[in-house]
Design a binder for this molecule. Structure first.
Ligand code: FUL
Length: 517
C-alpha cells in the first residue's frame, strides 16, 4: 500500500547507497538535473522512508485551493440530508475561470473540488444516480461542473483534483456493504476517467448514517486500486494517506515538530478508528511510511457559503500566519473557498487572498532573501577537509554555498559520521530580519531533530531562535534583528544533516507612527 516501503523502492535505496554516485544532487520534481556537479564524492544515501515522485510533485505545489460547492450553498447548510430537491442547485453566474484567476493570482498551483459531498449530490452528470446537476435547472440540466473546472485548470496550467465523499446520505445502497462500495467505485471511475489528469483524490473519512439509518463499511483498498489504475500520478489524501495525511485539525496548521513520516500500522480512518490527532499533526520520527501533512482550512468559518459570513473572511495577516504555520512547517496549505450562490468566489474572499499574495511577495518574493549569494562557511563540508568553501570539487558539490544559492535542488551536506554541524553566513549590515527559512532535501529522507539560530554578541553568540524538525521548508520567526552574521547550528540529526536552504527575510511591518503625535 505504501510505495516508499515496497521491496522495489527499498532495493533502489540500497543501490543508491552502495554505488559511488556521480550526479551529486537530486533535483526537486519540477526542475531539470544540474549537469555541472560531477565529482568523486558520493552523495549521502537516502534515509528511508522517502517520498515518491508524486508526493514530491504534490509537496512542491505548497499552496492549493479547495472548493466547497453544491446544494448546501443554496440551503445555507454544511451537511445536507440528501433529500434536497435537485432544483435548489441553480447558480446564476457560475464562472470557473473567475475561480482559477483568483487562484493563479494568489500563486496557488492546484485545486480540489467537492465532486460529491455527504448529501450525495453529484456536480457532474453521473450515469449512476439521478441526484446530480443533470436534474437541476442550471444550464437546463446540461451543465457539468467538473468539465468546466478541469478545462479552466488545464488552460491556466494548474492542477485539478477531486473530493468524493464516501459518506452518501442520498444513495439507497449506502450501508449495504459491497453494493454501495461498487457504486462508489463506479462513480470514482467516472470522475477519474473523464476529466484529464487528476493530481489529488481527497477521501473524507466521515462515515455517518445513510437514508436507511445504516452505516457503511468502506472498502478503501479497492477505492485506492481504482485511483492507481486510472490516475497513477495522483496522490491520495485521507486521515492516514496512503500518500497525503490530514493534519489532525481543520484550522490549517501543522505542529512545530512536523515529520513527513507516519506510523500507519493500526490506524484506521474517519470515525471508525480515528488516528491520534497529535500523531497526524506532528508525524512520527519512527514512522514507517512517508505521508506528509496537508493543512485544510476554510477562508471563512464554514466550508460552504453563508451570506452571514461575508464579514468573517480571514484577513491577509491571518492567512499569512496560516501559510507560515503550514508551508513553513513541512506541510502544504489547502485553503477552502466557499463559492457563493452566484457561482463566484465572493469579493471579500478575493480581496483577502490578494492581500495575502502581497504580503507573501513583500516578505518572501524575489530579492527579499538577505542570505542569498552571501559568503558562507560550514563546520564540515562533505568530502572536503576544511570549511566547505573554496574551489575544490567537494566544496562545489556539497559546500556552504549550496545552502545560499537560491536553488532548491542543491544542498550543503556533511560527512556521513557527522550529526552536529553549523553553517555561518555573512549578512548585509544595514537590514533587519525576523524570519529564517531552512530546508532539507527530503528526497534523501527527513533528518534534522533539533536546530538553533544565533547571531554574534560581543565575543560570543546569542541564540535568537530554536526549533525541532525542518523538512521541505521550515520558517522560524525570530525577534527583529540586525546582525553582521547568522549561524545555524544543527544540534541533533537522524543521519548526516543536509540543508537545501538557509534564507533570511523580514516581514512587512505597519509604519511607525510619527514621533510626538
Ligand atoms: C469534513 C466534512 O465533514 C466537512 O463538511 C468538510 O468537507 C471537511 C473538509 O471535511 O470531514
Amino acid at each position: 500500500m505504501f510505495l516508499a516501503q515496497t521491496p522495489t523502492c527499498f532495493a533502489l535505496a540500497v543501490l543508491l547507497a552502495s554505488s559511488w554516485i556521480i550526479a551529486m544532487q537530486s533535483p526537486p520534481s519540477s526542475t531539470p538535473t544540474p549537469s555541472s556537479a560531477s565529482v568523486t564524492v558520493p552523495a549521502p544515501a537516502p534515509l528511508l522512508p522517502i517520498p515518491t515522485a508524486a508526493q514530491r510533485a504534490w509537496h512542491d505545489l505548497e499552496f492549493t485551493a479547495f472548493i466547497h460547492f453544491g446544494p448546501n450553498t443554496f440551503t445555507d447548510s454544511e451537511w445536507g440530508h440528501g433529500d434536497e430537491p435537485g432544483d435548489v442547485f441553480n447558480p446564476s453566474d457560475l464562472d470557473t475561470r473567475q475561480w482559477v484567476r483568483v487562484f493563479t493570482d494568489a500563486g496557488m498551483k492546484g485545486v480540489v473540488i467537492t465532486a460529491k459531498h455527504h448529501d450525495g449530490f453529484c456536480n457532474w452528470p453521473t450515469a449512476k444516480s439521478t441526484h446530480s446537476v443533470a436534474n437541476s435547472p442550471w444550464k437546463g440540466g446540461k451543465g457539468d461542473l467538473l468539465r468546466e473546472l478541469s478545462d479552466a485548470c488545464r488552460d491556466a496550467r494548474i492542477r485539478f483534483g477531486v473530493y468524493l465523499s464516501p459518506w452518501d446520505r442520498n444513495n439507497s445502497a449506502y450501508g449495504t456493504g459491497e453494493p454501495y462500495n461498487e457504486y462508489f467505485r463506479a462513480q470514482l471511475r467516472e470522475v477519474l476517467g473523464n476529466y484529464g489528469p487528476i493530481h489529488e483524490v481527497w477521501f473524507d473519512g466521515a462515515c455517518g448514517e445513510g437514508p436507511n439509518g445504516k452505516r457503511q463499511v468502506y472498502d478503501f483498498p479497492s477505492f485506492e486500486r481504482v485511483v492507481r489504475e486510472l490516475q497513477p500520478n495522483a496522490v491520495i489524501f485521507s486521515d492516514v494517506g496512503p500518500d497525503i495525511r490530514w493534519v489532525g485539525n481543520e484550522q490549517g496548521w501543522a505542529g512545530e515538530t512536523c515529520w513527513g513520516m507516519l506510523k500507519v500500522k493500526g490506524h484506521g480512518r474517519g470515525n471508525d478508528n480515528p488516528p491520534p490527532t497529535t500523531s497526524l499533526n506532528e508525524g512520527d520520527e519512527d514512522g514507517e511510511a512517508w505521508i506528509p501533512a496537508e493543512c485544510d482550512v476554510s477562508i471563512r468559518p464554514g466550508w460552504f457559503y453563508h451570506a452571514h459570513e461575508d464579514d468573517k473572511v480571514k484577513s491577509p495577516e491571518a492567512l499569512l500566519d496560516l501559510w507560515e504555520r503550514s508551508v513553513g512547517r513541512n506541510a502544504n496549505l489547502h485553503l477552502n473557498f466557499p463559492v457563493d450562490r452566484r457561482g463566484l468566489i465572493h469579493e471579500n474572499d478575493v480581496a483577502a487572498v490578494r492581500g495575502l499574495r502581497k504580503l507573501l511577495d513583500a516578505t518572501y518574493g524575489p530579492g527579499t532573501n538577505l542570505a542569498q549569494g552571501r559568503p558562507a562557511t560550514v563546520s564540515n563540508g562533505r568530502g572536503s577537509k576544511g570549511s566547505g568553501t573554496g574551489p575544490d570539487a567537494a566544496a562545489t558539490a556539497f559546500g556552504a554555498s549550496r545552502a545560499v544559492d537560491g536553488d532548491p535542488s542543491t544542498y550543503w551536506a556533511t560527512d556521513d559520521d557527522v550529526r552536529i554541524a553549523s553553517i555561518e553566513i555573512e549578512l548585509p549590515h544595514d537590514r533587519d530580519f525576523d524570519r529564517v527559512v531552512l530546508g532539507e532535501p527530503t528526497w534523501l529522507g527527513q533528518r534534522v531533530r533539533r536546530f538553533s539560530v544565533s547571531v554574534p554578541d560581543g565575543k560570543d553568540w546569542r541564540v535568537i531562535g530554536q526549533g525541532t524538525t525542518i523538512g521541505r521548508k521550515r520558517i522560524l520567526g525570530v525577534p527583529l534583528t540586525r546582525a553582521p552574521r547568522l549561524r545555524v547550528d544543527i544540534l541533533d540529526s537522524r543521519a548526516c544533516p543536509l540543508l537545501t536552504e538557509v534564507a533570511v527575510h523580514a516581514t512587512v511591518r505597519p509604519p511607525t507612527p510619527p514621533q510626538g503625535s
